[in-house]
Write a protein that binds this ligand. Structure first.
Ligand SMILES: [Zn+2]
Length: 278
């Protein structure tokens, strides 16, 4: 863990922690846990970090976000919990730029932009490294981010979506229910794509449009691919049905036959990524 809660409730980063200033009482930041932690100085192999000693009460509780490695859904749920509990007020923000424009086949990518993209890719780190990427430029990158970093690092992230707007990462990576609610309550950010996760139930191909339906838990959710983009979309039923996926795109309402349907428009393979549940 790279963050710990101090005796006074503030959160301290392992890079800044100093016992003389912050005191020796340090705890797990997860409200379900609060277990006492120990601090380990950094060395060549690993950055300074906090951990449980495994002795006495210094063990993470099973409901804690640090008890075991999390899958994408568990990870974003924990991050949402921490961010809704106001953790961003207590910790140093990590700003990551949303720059998904380069996956759009309808937009010509300039060389400058793709060079930038390359550099950002190189910045992707090793597990527990403190270095988060500077930008989000692929769906795969988001899956990596959510499964390779612990929830303390993730909950410090604000996404710069452009136009001076910065939003907690858990507002942008959402499940179909949240997407539906935000869309129909007109709470979406204008001109911003969202990342939505769910399990694929079926695929339906019509003459000019293809639909990929998520399993309906409370609300329906459909991925829409128009015919002009089929050439860049190679996924088949076998690769998608029953699979958990993260999809990126702009959400739109469909009120055909007075039903409130939530759709997301995608243009190629690059707009979705499989991930494994535990
Ligand atoms: Zn814990």
């Amino acid at each position: 863990m790279l963050s710990a809660k101090l005796h006074n409730g503030k959160i301290v980063s392992s890079l800044e922690y100093n016992e003389e200033i912050h005191g020796s009482r340090i705890f797990c930041m997860d409200k379900n846990c609060n277990s006492p932690l120990i601090f380990l100085q950094g060395n060549e192999v690993r950055a300074a970090h906090f951990k449980t000693s495994g002795k006495g009460e210094s063990k993470h509780q099973s409901e804690c976000g640090f008890y075991q490695p999390l899958d994408l859904v568990q990870s974003i749920s924990k991050v949402k919990e921490y961010q809704q509990n106001g953790v961003l007020d207590e910790m140093k923000e990590t700003i990551i730029r949303l720059s998904m424009g380069r996956i759009d086949p309808d937009k010509e990518t300039s060389t400058v932009e793709s060079e930038k993209g390359k550099k950002d890719k190189d910045a992707v780190k090793v597990k527990n490294d403190t270095l988060t990427p500077q930008s989000i430029s692929s769906v795969k990158g988001v899956v990596k981010l959510l499964t390779e970093f612990e929830p303390d690092v993730l909950s410090s992230i604000l996404i710069n979506v452009g136009g001076g707007r910065k939003v907690p990462i858990s507002d942008l990576i959402i499940d179909q229910e949240q997407a539906h609610k935000m869309l129909w309550n007109d709470e979406m950010l204008k001109n911003v794509g969202y990342f939505v996760y769910g399990k694929v139930a079926n695929m339906v191909k019509r003459e000019k449009v293809m639909y990929i339906n998520f399993e309906e838990n409370v609300v329906p959710f459909t991925i829409v691919i128009f015919q002009q983009h089929w050439k860049d979309f190679s996924y088949n039923e076998k690769q998608l049905i029953g699979k958990d996926i993260l999809v990126y795109g702009h959400l739109r309402k469909n009120d055909y036959q007075d039903k409130q349907m939530t759709e997301i428009i995608i243009k190629s393979d690059k707009y979705l990524e499989n991930f494994k549940r535990k």
